[in-house]
Design a protein around this ligand. Structure first.
Ligand SMILES: Cc1ncc(COP(=O)(O)O)c(C=O)c1O
Length: 503
């Protein structure tokens, strides 16, 4: 059995990485057909609708066991629940790991609520996931935003650089922490060691949203994972690539002393149901075992298949791929090859259009489509070679069918977005205070109560609490007029806007 990527010494008699104590405890409980005089009301499947039982299987229903069940998460310590989370911490080299049932979104909520125990201000990457913006609202923290590096050719955003973080922390001396995203949707990996050094130089913790990087700890050919590069708190979306069930995720605490374990623990509870789903937890236990025991082999196979696939895609006229050639570009320290980002600029068609044709004609469904790039995700243990053949064959047929126009339409020149407006109240104050909906032309000078992010490149132009400027609203209107889209807005056509009623 290969050793986990970043292991810690385990105590005599403690479970090892090839074991799944929590999943085993669930199975043992279900197998002994206990008297189930507790929730859920379907009682291990007996009371479930037959359609549900047929769809997901009786065994899944039997394992749907509530929290606070003796011998699973209460009883003699360490309970299987604690022991399984200890194994997760060991596998990623964390001081402590918490399982989450509301995705990496919950992890971002936990992270900012945790920082909220240190003070009132935070430095945040401007194009953070929407759950980080929501976490600003929940925590009440006042953000100083940092722009990611923009790729002027691909019209996409990469990561935040250490220099940019340094400038932001100088400008925000009261900030109590910094949050960054790495890897991005497109595979760009940040210089986490550099970012951590900068943050620690200011005496504040670095939080990394590694939603897309749970696999990085398990193969030496992949970029190093954030915890191993000095991050203080790392959020991973286990379901995205490592194979746990949708909605399951983890938050890992690093070795530094800047974040208190007890505070993270309290914040996890604050944003978690009192009835977390045992199947989600069980899937985290199993996915951790799979990654720690077989991850190196499984990832090696996926990496080889993706290398072949990248070559095959590059042979299709008009197509290129994002790969390690991107490393070294501004905001790209390293490249994570575990997704297939296809550069479609040479086809004269947008990624949106090609992705739609793939779906409509071939039932091939991608993770993401943008103007210049479309992204296919590959999981750690899937049979990547076969899946990739299906994808490449379908892409080739779609490109053949549109080949008349290949290379025909040059991209509009990239106009960087205007600076975002002044933050005059915290996102929380703007989100929770009195609001009204006004026609967009009347919104100039008002304070936004909602987010607006024009795609491409998808970096929020407006966030709650910021004063709206004519320049920004014109820019968004122009992006929409040239075929772009708007996310976050209550009116996606931008006819009206939700603004704060200022007293
Ligand atoms: C960078 C980033 N963070 C967090 C999330 C939220 O993850 P989840 O869907 O597991 O809540 C996503 C989802 O795509 C993401 O891309």
């Amino acid at each position: 059995m290969p050793k986990p990527a970043t292991g810690r010494e385990r105590e005599e008699g403690a479970a090892g990485q090839s074991e799944t104590p929590y999943l085993d405890a669930l199975r043992a409980y279900a197998a002994r057909s206990p008297g189930r005089f507790h929730v859920p009301g379907h009682k291990g499947g007996l009371g479930a609708d037959p359609g549900l039982a047929e769809a997901i299987g009786e065994r899944a229903l039997a394992l749907d066991i509530p929290a606070l069940t003796w011998g699973i998460d209460v009883g003699d310590e360490p309970t299987p629940f604690l022991e399984a989370q200890r194994l997760a911490a060991e596998a990623w080299g964390a001081r402590r790991t918490w399982w989450l049932v509301n995705g990496a979104s919950q992890g971002n909520h936990v992270a900012l609520l945790t920082l909220g125990h240190r003070g009132y201000e935070v430095v945040t990457q401007r194009n953070a996931h929407s759950s980080t913006i929501d976490a600003l609202i929940m925590s009440g923290l006042r953000p100083t935003f940092v722009a990611p590096e923009l790729d002027p050719d691909l019209h996409i955003a990469h990561c935040m650089t250490p220099d940019a973080l340094d400038r932001a922390l100088t400008d925000a001396p009261n900030a109590v922490g910094a949050t960054v995203v790495s890897p991005t949707y497109f595979g760009a990996v940040a210089d986490v060691a550099g970012l951590a050094e900068v943050a620690h130089g200011y005496g504040v913790p670095l939080i990394v949203d590694e939603a897309w990087g749970a696999h990085l700890a398990f193969h030496e050919d992949l970029p190093a994972h954030a915890l191993s590069r000095g991050a203080d708190l790392v959020i991973t979306s286990m379901h995205k690539i490592v194979g746990s069930l949708t909605q399951s995720a983890m938050v890992h605490l690093g070795d530094g002393e800047l974040i208190e374990e007890g505070v993270v623990d309290r914040c996890v509870t604050l944003v978690e149901s009192t009835s977390p789903n045992a199947l989600l937890f069980g899937s985290l236990d199993a996915a951790r075992r799979s990654a720690a025991v077989a991850g190196r082999e499984l990832l090696g196979e996926t990496l080889r298949a993706l290398e072949r696939t990248r070559s095959a895609v590059r042979e299709i006229p008009g197509l290129d791929v994002l790969d390690e050639r991107l490393a070294g570009a501004p905001g790209v320290f390293d490249y994570d090859p575990l997704r297939l980002a296809i550069d479609v600029r040479g086809t004269g068609r947008s990624g949106y259009e090609l992705a739609r044709l793939l779906r409509q004609r071939h039932d091939v469904n991608l993770e993401l489509a943008g103007e210049t790039v479309m992204v296919a995700v590959f999981g750690m243990g899937e049979e990547a070679t076969r899946a990739a053949q299906q994808l490449v064959g379908s892409v080739r047929r779609v490109i053949d069918s549109v080949s008349d126009e290949l290379g025909g339409v040059p991209l509009e020149p990239f106009a960087p977005p205007p600076p975002w407006g002044q933050l005059v109240m915290t996102p929380r104050e703007a989100f929770l205070g009195p609001q009204e909906i006004v026609p967009t032309r009347a919104a100039v000078g008002r304070v936004a109560a909602e987010s607006l992010a024009a795609y491409p490149p998808g970096i929020p132009n407006v966030l709650p609490g910021e004063r709206l400027t004519a320049e920004t609203l014109d820019y968004i209107a122009q992006t929409l007029a040239s075929g772009g889209s708007l996310r976050g807005a209550s009116d996606r056509a931008l006819r009206t806007l939700r603004v704060v009623v200022e007293s």
